[in-house]
Design a protein around this ligand. Structure first.
Ligand SMILES: C[S@@+](CC[C@H](N)C(=O)[O-])C[C@H]1O[C@@H](n2cnc3c(N)ncnc32)[C@H](O)[C@@H]1O
Length: 250
């Protein structure tokens, strides 16, 4: 519907909800474009990516998302500590969306970036919004990758993997995250973010257990960890995430 929507005519209305608690998974907004107005759930990424400029307007301008910048900074600090050059990074960006994380990594000086996302609309939006940023972009279900995708990803010597604002909430499940880790070279850096609730022992998403297990059994060596404000909720409350950088052990 919205390939023709002009980002300059986009208006986003956030609901006025009187102090009612809303799960992040059910957040929504009303978007007005030159084609009319419609209500969208924040997690309906296919519909959001299809409207040029909406992802940036909603999550970055209205809700002040910081995650790509925070992860870039953590990676940058890690490289400095290890006296590594950004040009040593061959990045697998998992849950890549329309390229907000890749833009930071490209600006940092990464040698190459391959994007993976589960929906076609993300790949199309990345090409539309940031053409040429990715060396390759694959639409893949990492819980069951097609043989050609699996082979191509195994054949690329990734020295870094990023997964930003894409774990949990019906997005990337633990199994897909584990699969993506297989594509990372031994000694490679993995940078990812998790909602703080998913880090707690009581978390039912499986991520707390997975991450703790990977660190406890030595598969990942923790390097850096930072709790930060990911963005505002639709009602203006801060939503906190934890960003991690770890090294994949041999
Ligand atoms: C909030 S967006 C984050 C996009 C990007 N990382 C950023 O920070 O702007 C979450 C992305 O994860 C993708 N995603 C959800 N489930 C996925 C899966 N199983 N495998 C790969 N990507 C997935 C969604 O399609 C969406 O593009």
């Amino acid at each position: 519907m919205s390939e023709t929507a002009d980002p300059h005519t986009l208006t986003v209305h956030l609901p006025a909800v009187n102090g009612a608690a809303h799960d992040q998974d059910s957040e929504w907004c009303v978007v007005e474009t030159s084609e009319g107005s419609r209500r969208l759930r924040f997690h309906d990424y296919d519909e959001i990516y299809a409207i040029p400029g909406l992802y940036e307007r909603l999550f970055y301008e209205e809700l002040r998302c910081t995650s790509p910048r925070v992860v870039r900074r953590l990676i940058e600090d890690t490289l400095e500590d290890r006296e590594m050059a950004p040009s040593e990074l061959t990045v697998l960006d998992v849950g890549a969306g329309n390229g907000m994380v890749a833009e930071e990594l490209d600006d940092l000086g990464a040698a190459s970036i391959v994007g993976v996302d589960i929906i076609e609309e993300a790949a199309a939006a990345a090409e539309r919004d940031r053409p040429g940023l990715y060396d390759d972009y694959r639409v893949v279900d990492l819980t069951d990758p097609a043989p050609a995708d699996d082979a191509a990803l195994r054949d690329t010597p990734f020295t870094c993997m990023t997964t930003v604002a894409a774990l949990g909430f019906g997005d990337i499940p633990p199994q897909a995250f584990s699969q993506a880790l297989e594509y990372l070279d031994d000694g490679g850096l993995v940078a990812f973010t998790l909602k703080d609730r998913f880090v707690s022992d009581a978390d039912p998403s499986g991520f707390s257990e997975l991450i703790r297990g990977l660190h406890d059994d030595g598969a990942l060596e923790p390097i850096a960890e930072r709790r930060y404000r990911h963005r505002l909720s639709m009602t203006g409350e801060p939503l906190h995430y934890v960003a991690y950088v770890s090294e994949k052990a041999a």
